[in-house]
Design a protein. Structure first.
Length: 593
């Protein structure tokens, strides 16, 4: 990325002593390149690269032109002062789109080998999506029209996990690649032209280095953003640009049960405490429902009250991508301390294993009053049933005691009709079971990935991994590496001319702070992927108030360093070496007689 450029500066840059450099202030064209030419060239290149490289997600349906422009302006400012954050965002979307396409192709290969099921048309089950279609899904380009059980028939955006679920069930939305291309406002030719402009800027700087002509701090800063823009283009090359309206998948016959299941699993159905509608409902396989005569399957005999005896061990293996896996306590509640890994086996080498162990006192957990209605409604044929051993809403940290609405009850009935289909598909392909179901001492529960949302944000966080199989610290590693490269590029300018010594010292300190912290964090997050003790240290750091305050102070200084580098790049033009305004002799690079 930026590291090769920094090394290039170190290898070929001649040593300049500021005490013998002949300087100049404002210089006019046309005999030499003027100060205005330099400003226009850098600002134009910077603006074009940052503006055109941004491929933002589909805006909300009710957003105005002013709101969309304001959102883009915010990202441009972010791209100027923290370009590596934009790069890491693009990297996350690239990984997600590539994962989604791989999963869809795997489903297609499986159905071609094993045959399609009779749940939906074969042509729908045998769709093959391109990377552009997958990017379209990642950016929130697919919305679905809900039925009357969703508060006025709203529209929901399908997340990549939601699209993957429908593909797994053979109900992939019919969104053609031509439809996606038609919505995009740019093509390969337009992107190639911008890349050529960026390449021309790099070529000019390389030519000045070879001919030992000085380079301004503004040009160095611009080169950093140009290289970031090129990386963004590589990551976002297949992502549609400036899509204002998503593809609306109208309500189809038989889709409400699937949408109900996705709603109940997703955070969109959560209460204030983050408890989804499906959290307390155990999944009962058909084999158990057929062999049990009791009308209510999971009304177990209550555990004996706590007698002061030993704590009872419990274990839960969360589904991959589950929102509960990020914070196990949101699932198990305030029942006891938990640890990553199993009591019977050695601790897990990584929290991404999703397996946690915890201890629970042997006492009964009363059902929340609003959930008592399930024991009246549920019958033998219902696949999702509430038991008496576990009711997440009854625990003391849950303050929301609103009764279940009729819509919630109807969604439960609809979800019960399709969850068996999901379980059967997982039985056919056992490796996918951990993606869709959570297994616990309490029973088997449907997993809780984010299948639908009201809107897909541009920035989904640095810990987001979803079901992609990427470690939760991988994006942080990419961000840290980009920050290290950005700092290294500016460190390479330590021997350039500065108007004052104080500006030079501040430039070096700012660059070293950004570069060294990036290297440290990069190594730390790489190590954190395999060393569990570092996760324990991080958890303690988050709980320590003094360390948190120190962290915020360091972050503030880090932001000031970023702002200084950009401001100084412009401020330094007030006095620069005269040789800055000389242009390279291009004839030295071209064959001639």
């Amino acid at each position: 990325m930026l590291l090769p450029s920094a090394l290039l500066f170190f290898m070929v840059r001649h040593v300049v002593s500021s005490s013998v450099v002949e300087t100049a202030t404002w210089t006019s064209a046309p005999n030499l390149r003027g100060t205005s030419d330099l400003l226009v060239s850098c600002i134009l290149t910077l603006t074009i690269c940052v503006w055109s490289a941004l491929h933002l997600n589909v805006p909300t349906s009710d957003s105005t032109l002013r709101q969309r422009n304001l959102r883009r302006t915010k990202w441009i400012i972010l791209g100027i002062f923290a370009p590596e954050l934009v790069v890491s965002t693009a990297f996350a979307q690239y990984l997600t789109a590539r994962w989604l396409r791989r999963e869809i192709l795997e489903d297609l290969k499986y159905r071609k080998a094993e045959g399609t099921n009779d749940k939906c048309p074969p042509e729908q089950q045998l769709q093959e999506w391109s990377i552009a279609q997958c990017y379209f899904a990642v950016m929130g380009g697919i919305t679905i029209q809900a039925g009357d059980g969703f508060d006025g028939s709203p529209q929901f955006s399908l997340t990549p996990e939601g699209v993957r679920l429908l593909s797994f069930l053979g109900r992939l939305p019919e969104v053609s690649e031509s439809q996606v291309r038609d919505k995009s406002k740019a093509d390969g030719l337009a992107k190639s032209i911008v890349c050529l402009q960026a390449g021309w800027m790099i070529l000019q700087v390389v030519a000045r280095l070879i001919q030992q002509l000085p380079i301004t701090l503004l040009e160095i800063n611009t080169i950093g953003h140009v290289l970031c823009a090129l990386v963004l283009y590589l990551l976002w090359w297949s992502k549609p640009l400036e899509v204002k309206d998503p593809a609306l998948i109208f309500k189809e016959i038989g889709m409400d049960p699937y949408l109900s299941l996705m709603w109940m699993c997703s955070p969109i159905s959560s209460s204030e405490e983050g408890i989804t509608e499906i959290r307390c409902l155990e999944y009962i396989p058909q084999s158990r429902r057929r062999t049990t005569s009791a009308p209510t399957i999971t009304v177990d005999e209550e555990d004996p009250p706590d007698s002061g005896g030993p704590l009872k061990p419990y274990e839960t293996h969360f589904s991959i991508g589950s929102i509960a896996a990020k914070d196990p306590r949101k699932f198990i509640g305030p029942l006891g301390e938990f640890r990553v890994g199993s009591y019977e086996r050695s601790p897990s080498p990584s929290p991404y294993d999703h397996h946690v162990s915890y201890t629970v006192k042997q006492k009964s957990i009363k059902t929340a009053p609003e959930h008592e209605i399930f024991f009246t409604l549920q019958e033998r044929h219902h696949a999702l049933q509430h038991g008496r051993r576990y009711c997440r809403r009854s625990l003391e940290d849950c303050k929301n005691r609103k009764p279940l609405s009729q819509s919630a009850i109807e969604r439960w009935r609809l979800a019960c009709t399709v969850v068996d289909e999901l379980y059967d598909r997982c039985q056919e392909r056992p490796s996918k079971m951990e993606y869709y179901f959570t297994t616990s001492t309490y029973g088997t529960f449907v997993g809780e990935p984010k299948y639908i949302d009201r809107h897909i944000p541009d920035f989904i966080g640095l810990s987001y991994v979803g079901q992609t199989g990427v470690h939760k610290d991988r994006l942080k590693s990419a961000l840290s590496f980009a920050a290290a490269a950005y700092g290294a590029l500016h460190i390479a300018a330590w021997n350039e001319y500065f108007p004052t010594r104080a500006e030079k010292v501040l430039w070096i300190l700012s660059s070293v702070a950004i570069g060294s912290s990036g290297v440290f964090l990069w190594l730390y997050f790489l190590a954190k992927e395999s060393i569990e003790a570092l996760d324990v240290f991080t958890a303690r750091f988050k709980r320590n108030t003094a360390l948190k305050i120190l962290g915020w102070i360091i972050l503030g200084l880090f932001v000031l360093a970023r702002v200084f580098l950009v401001v100084e790049a412009f401020a330094s033009l007030r006095r620069v070496p005269k040789a800055v305004y000389q242009t390279p002799e291009w004839s030295d690079f071209l064959p001639h007689l």
